[in-house]
Design a protein around this ligand. Structure first.
Ligand SMILES: [Zn+2]
Ligand SMILES: [Zn+2]
Length: 384
């Protein structure tokens, strides 16, 4: 947020962000030519890349910032330790910035507003202190301050980031193969991995607000980009995420590449996570239909004509009908599950019939949606 004083360069952040890529490059070359690369270095790189990356996407982001589920303390501790090792600030500071990003997306209060261009949202916002100071609004994370693990991490952040992010991989490399492993662990899993982790996160703030599709609406700049999901443990479905931010998934379909979602689900299956929040499919479908209607309507001209108003009213009616029937269907399906459990055959039969009827009704509403879209595209299309 813009303050009163002049903007200044944050020397520590800037040097760190500029020197880590250079040090990685020189370090990788020097280590390879001096000691040679064995299995140890790539192995440590991958372990640290996943541990630190998932601690950001699952821990800092989906768990702490958005409370999309609950996690047991060993997992929260893991996220606090390896999240620190990502060198992206303490969880409290990170989440404070991120909650502002969601609350004020693209506005001046958004710390990494993409409306200020690729470079600002990618990296400059970390390097420049607006108004001469860096403010993390900790009022945004009062709930998180109640977690002793996060308070501990915040207090000892500097020690933890250097310890877990740089020293620990060097120590383990050293234990496996002596000096070459120690240097390799430091250069590969410490330095180079930090650069990759950084830019993965940064791409979500920059690229995922610039390139991609907007199936769920254009009210902010967030985009869905399956390609970006590959580089960011599934965080590329960013338009979905901005629309349904409490959802523990970012790629909501089973085939969407979202390792963070799979990680959360896997730990839920063994009882270490619970309370996973997910948006009902019909709610997602409703949002998508509304978004494509609005996009098509904005291309139809002129605005406010009788025909367009009539179509908007039809759309409104179909949507509220669809939502009401979908909610009713959810209720019946839950009742059927209960009836199955209690082996009430007659009640089950009754429910089965009601469910079939409701599904038919919903199919009719879907046909009406399709008809509305047809009428809308047929209606006075502009050259654009
Ligand atoms: Zn978010
Ligand atoms: Zn965003």
């Amino acid at each position: 947020m813009a303050g009163n004083g002049d903007d200044t360069i944050n020397v520590v952040n800037s040097l760190f962000l500029m020197l880590t890529p250079i040090a990685s490059f020189v370090g990788l070359w020097w280590h390879a030519t001096t000691f040679g690369v064995t299995w140890v270095e790539p192995f440590l790189f991958v372990i640290w890349y996943f541990a630190c990356g998932l601690s950001i996407t699952v821990g800092y982001h989906r768990l702490f910032s958005h409370r999309s589920h609950e996690a047991s303390w060993p997992l929260r501790l893991f996220y606090a330790l390896f999240g620190a090792g990502a060198f992206e600030n303490s969880a409290l500071n990170w989440c404070a910035d991120h909650r502002l990003h969601h609350r004020h997306t693209d506005k001046p209060e958004d710390p990494y507003s993409a409306s200020r261009g690729f470079w600002w949202s990618h990296i400059l916002w970390v390097m420049i202190d607006e108004g001469g100071e860096r403010i993390h609004d900790l009022d945004q994370v009062k709930d998180l301050q109640e977690d002793p693990i996060l308070r501990f991490q915040h207090k000892y952040y500097l020690l933890l980031c250097v310890g877990v992010g740089m020293f620990l991989p060097a120590l383990i490399g050293g234990l496996i193969s002596g000096v070459p492993g120690a240097v390799g662990g430091f250069v590969w899993a410490g330095l180079a991995r930090t650069v990759f982790t950084h830019h993965g996160t940064f791409l979500i703030n920059s690229a995922a607000h610039i390139w991609g599709t907007q199936p769920y609406g254009e009210s902010n700049s967030s985009k869905d980009s399956p390609m970006l999901a590959f580089l960011t443990f599934g965080e590329g479905y960013h338009n979905f995420h901005h629309t349904f931010q409490a959802d523990y998934r970012n790629g909501h379909r089973w085939y969407h590449f979202d390792p963070s979602k799979w990680w959360i689900k896997a730990f839920a299956l063994v009882g270490l996570k619970r309370g996973l929040k997910s948006t009902p499919d019909w709610h997602i479908e409703d949002k998508r239909r509304q978004a494509s209607f609005e996009t098509a309507a904005s291309k139809a001209s002129p605005d406010g004509t009788e025909d367009l108003t009539r179509l908007q009213e039809r759309m409104k009616a179909a949507r509220s009908n669809f939502k009401a029937q979908s909610r009713a269907l959810d209720k019946l399906l839950a009742e059927r599950r209960a009836a199955r459990k209690e082996r009430q055959a007659a009640r089950r039969q009754e429910l089965e019939e009601a469910i079939t009827k409701l599904r038919d009704d919903i199919a009719t509403i879907r046909a009406e949606f399709a008809q509305i879209m047809n009428d809308l595209t047929a209606f006075k299309p502009t050259a654009a």
